[in-house]
Design a protein around this ligand. Structure first.
Ligand code: NBP
Length: 473
């Protein structure tokens, strides 16, 4: 038998992707460092399709049709390099090595460069949708040579999620482009979740609405502009009661959120690229702050402030909905700005409409909004997503409620870092003069960093310590 694809690394993601390929009619060669996992997969799911279990990498490679397609699904980081080093001597020019893990795009760029010297194609694919998506249809963001996509693309498109007839998979760009876009997807996911968390906190602390009733509110929001997977599962989590105590589930869970790194990478990349992703950054910082449990405990004794009243006008709930929607638009605008700047930096010719399109299904941030974004980028190419007429209108309509909510939160002492950073981004963008002019003045005074004038070409410096004469540099 020759297999059309091989998967090495059969923990939950690799096993589920292998099953997904097999269920779609492909013959799949299987390999795992520890053979027991391979055996387990065949024992549990062997009947789902054609699998070729192998023990050694030599057997694995021999089982594949040419050009070989090898999907590596091992832990991100050093294990990926270890597997690449082991397998490349067994491969031939034209073969395709695919890394489907959450690798850093800089690593993907490095690996692509070194494998292309050997005549091998290296494809870094971002896979979103967790275990469930891997099995039933993830959103897939492949980066690598266009040539390799011709051979690999149809298979990836087949196993991906679909929205109508459209696969949630499309070639993103060369080398690390797929992992870069997946990274930004995760940054937006952090922001989406933080914004939902802030809305939930406001509804409870400022308006006094208990989790079960909030569940109904989120379910209702899920029928409108905010319709999305994350809003849907928010309703589910908020409705859940802990079996042991009978309390709302969220009241028995430790309130410090974990992270595996992709949010941090998104923000670090935004900083490197000079992209003002403030809402996404606040979402990552919010998790970090939540994890500083010792400081938080001490702060409760040392630092004072207002306590929220727990009662609000009925209109507050809809204000929060609008604030959430507006802030969410900002986080998507910021995410796409990182993508645009990354594309400039690395020479990728990215199709923003297609990226929005493949996020519509399979992945964690899937949302009705993405279809509107897809059309906005297809029909125009706004320099900022918020400039697309439908979004400029929507955010202008939501702005009064957004301001009331942020003001109420500040008055009540309830932190809304992502809501308020998003609003600040919106206001900073539309401001005719920013205090950066004063910053330039200060920099020129203390460090002779020079400045530009609004009314003349050139670079200037004022002789601050002498007669304050202005000189053109
Ligand atoms: P893990 O990230 O837990 O990795 C376990 C796999 O890596 C096992 O197959 C293990 O083999 C193999 N491995 C390791 Br560890 N070191 C190795 C080495 N030096 N040589 C060969 N194999 C090695 O698996 P996962 O949770 O399935 O995730 C796989 C990738 O997918 C990761 O990059 C992850 O970030 C990404 N991802 C995960 C999710 C999710 O929901 N879990 C979602 C999206 C993306 P062994 O069996 O011999 O120990």
């Amino acid at each position: 038998t020759t297999a059309q694809i091989g998967v090495t690394g059969l923990a939950v993601m690799g096993a589920n992707l292998a099953r997904n390929f097999a269920r779609n009619g492909y013959t799949v060669a299987l390999h795992n460092r520890t053979k027991a996992r391979t055996d387990q997969l065949v024992a549990d799911h062997g009947s789902e399709g054609d699998f070729v279990p192998t023990e050694t990498l030599e057997e694995f490679v021999a089982a594949l049709e040419r050009p070989r397609r090898v999907l590596i699904m091992v832990k991100a980081g050093d294990p990926v390099d270890a597997v690449i080093d082991e397998i490349t001597p067994l491969l031939e020019a034209g073969d395709i090595v695919i890394d489907g893990g959450n690798s850093q795009y800089t690593d993907t760029r490095r690996r692509e460069a070194s494998l292309s010297e050997l005549g091998l194609h290296f494809v870094g694919i971002g896979v979103s949708g967790g275990e469930e998506g891997a099995l039933n249809g993830p959103s897939i963001m492949p980066g690598g040579s266009a040539e390799s996509y011709r051979s690999l693309g149809p298979m990836l498109e087949k196993i991906s999620a679909h929205v109508g007839d459209d696969p949630c998979c499309a070639w993103i760009g060369t080398d690390g482009a797929g992992h870069f876009v997946k990274m930004v997807h995760n940054g937006i996911e952090y922001a989406d979740m933080q914004l939902i968390g802030e809305a939930h906190d406001l509804l409870r602390s400022v308006a006094g609405i208990e989790p079960e009733e909030q569940s109904g509110i989120f379910a209702d929001w899920n029928t409108g502009d905010l319709a999305s997977f994350l809003i849907e599962i928010t309703a589910e989590v908020l409705a859940h009661r802990d079996a042991a105590t009978g309390k709302p589930f969220i009241d028995v869970v430790v309130d410090s959120a974990g992270q595996k790194g992709t949010g941090r990478w998104t923000v670090a990349s935004a900083l490197d690229l000079g992209s003002p992703a403030s809402g996404i950054a606040e979402s990552v910082f919010a998790r970090a702050l939540s994890s500083q449990r010792d400081q938080r405990e001490e702060a409760r004794n040392v630092l004072s402030g207002p306590e929220p009243a727990g009662e609000a006008d009925e209109s507050f709930v809809d204000d929060v909905r609008q604030a959430l929607y507006a802030s969410k638009l900002v986080s998507y605008a910021q995410g796409f700005d990182i993508i645009v700047r990354g594309a400039d930096e690395y020479g990728w010719d990215l199709n923003l409409s297609e990226i929005a399109s493949l996020w519509r299904g399979g992945c964690i941030i899937r949302a009705d909004l993405l279809d509107v974004i897809r059309r906005a980028y297809r029909d125009q190419r706004p320099a900022n997503l918020l400039f697309a007429p439908e979004f400029a209108d929507a955010i202008a309509k939501a702005a009064p409620a957004w301001r009331r909510v942020v003001a109420a939160a500040v008055q009540s002492g309830v932190p809304v870092p992502a809501f308020s950073a998003s609003l600040a981004y919106y206001d900073a963008l539309r401001r005719d003069r920013l205090p950066a002019a004063l910053t330039q003045g200060l920099r020129d005074l203390f460090g002779a960093h020079t400045y530009q004038r609004e009314d003349a070409e050139g670079t200037f410096h004022t002789m601050w310590g002498q007669d304050k004469r202005e000189v053109r540099q």
